[in-house]
Every structure is written in structure tokens, then in C-alpha cells.
Design a protein around this ligand. Structure first.
Ligand SMILES: Cc1ncc(COP(=O)(O)O)c(C=O)c1O
Length: 370
């Protein structure tokens, strides 16, 4: 084997484990329809305006895309009230996480965050020869900011707060977060991963946009994969002060956001109705599922995302298998250290009804087995 030729930090990496792909499920389970509730996609699909823009853009596929996505950066500038020079657009938020860590982490530097959380922080830190410092979340599955502050050393370069957190769906208390930023030592950069930030279900809650405007050393990450239904196109972005965004602008690969994706993101931003419909249906369906799940005796808190972190009170691997045999794919949480939990994306009303019915049948069957 040629493993001895690999860069040493690559040997420590594990391949990304995605939610089961719909195509595999179809093949394995021989079902005609697959309901994908494992990867937090927008089940309403992309906005028709985004689709139209993408179809038009594909006619120009022979031209390189705009190098820095100027048009999208300008639109984001209008949306957030943060200048277009303060963004980097790339191939999904995954790519942005990679850019942030590649921009700041020298071998031996520490990156502090809580677990369970999104796996890419761990992977990219290892890739750069950095040291992941993982602090458990609180009992209520929130990022433990006090414990994160306690874990900061002279070697800490980055702290990451995934807010709302994947897979738990929780957010931190706003005042705690502001106090956390105020207490960060000068040698530490804060990263706020707000991949689900637009789903935060509170009337008043400061996001990375406000913290950047207030002058905190925060790099905020967003994506078009969730709210805007463009997961298949791969558009994510970072925003921060000039000082913090500069290294990302140097590290990023040219043309990381392709022409069609760029057009799709612009079209999506124009379609306020589609965005509002997504938020409304997500809220309504989440409330419905929370009620149903509680009636099954599961523990679940309403989340600030488009998924729920559910304690089903017994090993979820088996439940996930039984659901998969009916074409419904959820994400068991054993990999995160929660064998009785699953992360379940919010589907359409019809999909959720099918999920509830399938779970009712599975629960009834397992009662007979006792
Ligand atoms: C917290 C978090 N950050 C980043 C990402 C990556 O998003 P993208 O599809 O833009 O790469 C995800 C995707 O699930 C996520 O959950």
C-alpha cells in the first residue's frame, strides 16, 4: 500500500459518513419512493426563480464564472448591511470551513468547540495538523460556552460555535454568547457556523451579522443548502471584518462557486415568498412532529433548525433500518455517541405523515415483542 506516501495528517482522517443516499436506499430496499430525512435538505426544493436563473446560466457554461461572485456579494451586502468586500463565497459551507481552518491553523494550534457537532471541524483541524479540543455540550445539548472559555490555552487559535448546532438543533443564550465574545483573548478568532441561522425561531436574537457590525472578531458562515434549497449546487459564504476575511480571500480556490450555482443563489435571494413558505411550513411541520413524537414517549425539544434531535428511548439503528425498509431515511445518532437518538429532518406534510404512520407501526410491532 502507498499509505506511507500520504501526508501524515491525512492518515488520521475518516471519510465523511453522509446520510444514506436516496439512490442506495432505492436499490437496497426496492422501494419506489424514498423519503430523505437524513441530510436536512429543503423538501420544497429550490425556488422557481433560482431554477430559471440556473437554466439560463447553463447556456453560458463555456465561460468561467465570476472570479469572486461579485454580484452575489453585492446582494448579500444589501441583505445584511455588511459591505460586499467582507465576504468570501465558495463551494458550500463545507468548503468555507476548510478555508477558515486552512487560513488560520498552523500545526499544533488548537481549535475549541463542543461535541456533538458538525464533523467537518474535527476533520479540517486534523488535516491542517491542528489539535481539536472537544468540550461536551451541556445537559440540554447546548454549546457550553463557559467550558469552552475554560479550554482556551495560549495555543488556541480558533473557537467554533455551531449555532444552531447540528445535530442537536439548539442555540446558545444570546447574552451568554455576547459575553463569551467579550471574554475571548486577543489571540483567538471566533467562528460562528450559522448554516441553519435563518431558521432561528425567536423574534429577537442577534446573529453573526450583528456581532460583526458590533466589531467582535467573528467569522460567520452561512449556506444556500438549507433554507434556500440549493444543497445540490454547493454555495456557502463567510462574512467577517476586512482583517479577518483577508486570509480566506488569499487561500480560496479561484472559481470555487460555479456559474450555475452563482445564478441559482442570486435567484433564490430574490424569491422572498419561497423563503417565507419554507420557514412557515418548517415551523408548522416541526410543531406537528414534536407533538406526535411526544405522544410516542420520545423526548424531543423544538429545535431552531429544519431537523429534530429525538431520543427514541431505544437503539435507533434498528428503528432506522425498519424505516429504511419502507423507503424512509433518518440519521441514527450512535456515531455522535447517542445510540438512542436520531436526527430527523423535517419533511413536507405528506412525508411527515408517512413517517409518523411508519413509526406507529414499528412501535406497535415492538410492543408485541415484549
Ligand atoms: C452546521 C453545518 N455547517 C456546514 C454545513 C455544510 O453545508 P454546505 O451544504 O453548504 O456545505 C452543514 C451541512 O449539513 C452543517 O450542518
Amino acid at each position: 500500500m502507498s499509505e506511507h506516501l500520504w501526508r501524515s495528517s491525512v492518515k488520521d482522517l475518516e471519510p465523511f459518513i453522509p446520510g444514506q443516499a436516496a439512490k442506495d436506499a432505492k436499490k437496497q430496499e426496492k422501494v419506489s419512493e424514498v423519503i430523505r430525512l437524513a441530510t436536512n435538505e429543503n423538501q420544497l426544493g429550490p425556488s422557481p426563480k433560482a431554477v430559471e436563473a440556473m437554466i439560463n446560466a447553463i447556456q453560458q457554461a463555456h465561460f468561467y464564472p465570476d472570479l469572486t461572485c461579485l454580484e452575489l456579494r453585492s446582494k448579500l451586502g444589501e441583505l445584511h448591511g455588511i459591505d460586499s468586500e467582507n465576504y468570501v463565497v465558495a463551494n458550500g459551507a463545507d468548503n468555507i470551513i476548510n478555508l477558515v481552518i486552512a487560513s488560520y491553523i498552523n500545526p499544533g494550534d488548537e481549535v475549541v468547540y463542543c461535541t456533538p457537532t458538525f464533523s467537518e471541524y474535527h476533520k479540517n483541524t486534523l488535516l491542517m495538523g491542528g489539535v481539536p479540543v472537544e468540550v461536551p455540550t451541556t445537559k440540554s445539548h447546548k454549546f457550553n460556552l463557559e467550558a469552552m472559555l475554560g479550554a482556551i490555552t495560549e495555543k488556541t487559535k480558533i473557537v467554533i460555535v455551531c449555532n444552531p448546532n447540528n445535530p442537536t438543533g439548539t442555540i446558545v443564550d444570546e447574552e451568554e454568547l455576547r459575553a463569551f465574545f467579550k471574554r475571548l483573548p486577543k489571540h483567538v478568532v471566533a467562528v460562528l457556523d450559522e448554516a441553519y441561522g435563518e431558521f432561528i425561531n425567536l423574534e429577537k436574537y442577534s446573529t453573526g451579522v450583528e456581532y460583526i457590525k458590533e466589531g467582535f472578531p467573528v467569522i460567520t458562515i452561512r449556506t444556500f443548502s438549507k433554507l434556500y434549497g440549493l444543497a445540490g449546487m454547493r454555495v456557502g459564504y463567510a462574512m467577517a471584518s476586512q482583517e479577518l476575511i483577508q486570509p480566506l480571500q488569499r487561500v480560496r480556490e479561484p472559481f470555487a462557486c460555479n456559474r450555475v450555482a452563482h445564478a441559482g443563489a442570486l435567484g433564490a435571494l430574490e424569491d422572498i415568498d419561497h423563503k417565507n413558505k419554507t420557514l412557515l411550513e418548517n415551523k408548522r411541520e416541526m410543531e406537528k412532529l414534536v407533538k406526535e413524537f411526544r405522544s410516542f414517549g420520545y423526548d424531543v425539544e423544538a429545535s431552531h433548525t429544519n431537523f429534530l434531535f429525538v431520543d427514541m428511548k431505544r437503539k435507533t439503528a434498528r428503528i432506522a433500518e425498519a424505516l429504511a425498509s419502507q423507503g424512509i431515511i433518518i440519521r441514527p445518532a450512535a456515531d455522535w455517541g447517542y445510540p438512542t437518538y436520531a436526527r430527523i429532518s423535517i419533511g413536507t406534510a405528506e412525508q411527515n405523515n408517512k413517517l409518523v404512520k411508519a413509526l406507529q407501526e414499528i412501535n406497535a410491532k415492538s410492543l408485541h415483542h415484549i
